[in-house]
Design a protein around this ligand. Sequence first.
Ligand SMILES: Cc1cc2nc3c(=O)[nH]c(=O)nc-3n(C[C@H](O)[C@H](O)[C@H](O)COP(=O)(O)OP(=O)(O)OC[C@H]3O[C@@H](n4cnc5c(N)ncnc54)[C@H](O)[C@@H]3O)c2cc1C
Length: 510
Amino acid sequence: MENKKELKNTKKKKVVIIGAGVAGLASGIYAKKNGFDAEIYEAHSKPGGLCTSWKRGGYIFETMHWLVGTKKGNFWNKIFTEVGAFQNLEMKTYDEYIRYCFPDKDDIIFYTDIDKLHDHFMKIAPEDKKEINKFCKTVKKLVNFNYIPEKPRQQMNFLDNVKSAFKILPFLKILSSCMKISLNEYSKRFKNQQLRRAFKNIFLNDETSVFGFFYILAMFHKGTNGYPIGGSLEVIRNMEKTYLNLGGNINYNSPVKKILHNAGNVSSIVLENGKEIFGDFFISSGDLFVALESMLGIKSENSPYKDLFLEKNMCKPCFQVSLGVNHNFINKTNSVYRYLPLKETIKIAGHEFDILETHQNFGLPFAPKNRSNLVISYNHYSEFESWFEFAEDREKYSTQKKEILAITIKALEEHYPGISNNIETTDVATPKTFQRYTQSWNGTFNSWHPTPKNARSMMKQRPYQLREFQNLYFAGRYIFPPGGIPPSVKTGRDVLQLICKKEKKIFKAD
Ligand SMILES: Cc1cc2nc3c(=O)[nH]c(=O)nc-3n(C[C@H](O)[C@H](O)[C@H](O)COP(=O)(O)OP(=O)(O)OC[C@H]3O[C@@H](n4cnc5c(N)ncnc54)[C@H](O)[C@@H]3O)c2cc1C
């Protein structure tokens, strides 16, 4: 047990952080930059959380596909620079966001350059001229949509709110119309059957509202989205290095079991091994549901986050099949995703897919020379609870993983004949895998699934604190829905702004 007297005698106040994902690391970096002592307690043996990579054979597989903020000159890039995430990394830009490879028909390509996309769609579907023009015009308008306030919402004064409202005002009409319509409904505006199928399946879930898709394309067009070469591996290594160089402390293999509190203040956290850690401020950046229900003993339905955890609003977990292929033949085009429409529907863990979402990482160290890695993601899988129960049976679980792999490879053969003979390494990550490695409640990778019914309420940024506790803060993907790496980093920054305000310090970011 730590000596409480010793703690009181030290001049610097101590920030204790649960989790070394991007939100936890960012919290630690900003804590150190602002003169606090910082200690991170991480359950896993390495940092990164969901932003991670793993070695199989000579290959490295990872989770990051693209990021907003890879180009200098915008807020997201500014915060990535502040936390040192991109040090010495080259940025890759993409020519194509999604390429649908229809067998026996022209590919449908969502170019990242909207003018190019416009010309391409017009060639394929001149009958949809009016709708194509409207679509491109809307996306281009969103290029200037900048809704991210630099301060945390709680710290915004009247003037800040007025400024923010003025920024959003010109986009209100687009926002409300795009949020209210699902991809399925939107796709019906196109007469061309290929275009219709392409729009409907953008997120492989046609209930999703179109706004997110429009915004992503707008940011690609602006050149703000890309991929730091080296991916999660390098970004996390850089953030960890920044934190350690600032004098921060990380304790790996240190799962936190409880957050202890007394009379409106958190006093300490207790590790699985029984060790009690004291501090002045506490930031929980692991799974919010777990923090509330297991660590604090608070029912999530009595919290300001209750609607996030409703099954209908939750972003569902995913399955990721990663393959190491002894051939350099797959992604000859520069696309984030290649969607491979299938002749027949396949069933993955009880859920039907008629398109494979594939993604590749680039060059070394992901694949040895002249070889490729290929990642297939099955997103928005529903009924996760029953699947978790089933995954408790190790034999069934292992059989199911083998089945998922076999079905995937067979489906790939349709597009890449002979690929089965060239696969050297395989890996199947399930929601259970993500849960095991990140202690996430349901193995999901983000916080909510935006549909026309919930988009408006889900877009609200969530409070960083519960009224009950003065010195406890939450950071991470739930607090800035829908999550993702950049918003999670921002939550760490925001929390430190709030702590600095409380301590009457001027927040330092650089
Ligand atoms: C397959 C996949 C693809 C993705 N693709 C992208 C992408 O292309 N672009 C993008 O922006 N985002 C992407 N994401 C989402 C992104 O990775 C996450 O939203 C983001 O990394 C979340 O960060 P976080 O710090 O909030 O949470 P987490 O990453 O979950 O970090 C929480 C950390 O806390 C630790 N922890 C939890 N409980 C405890 C405990 N009790 N004690 C100690 N430590 C604990 C965990 O081990 C973990 O390290 C993807 C995610 C997945 C899974």
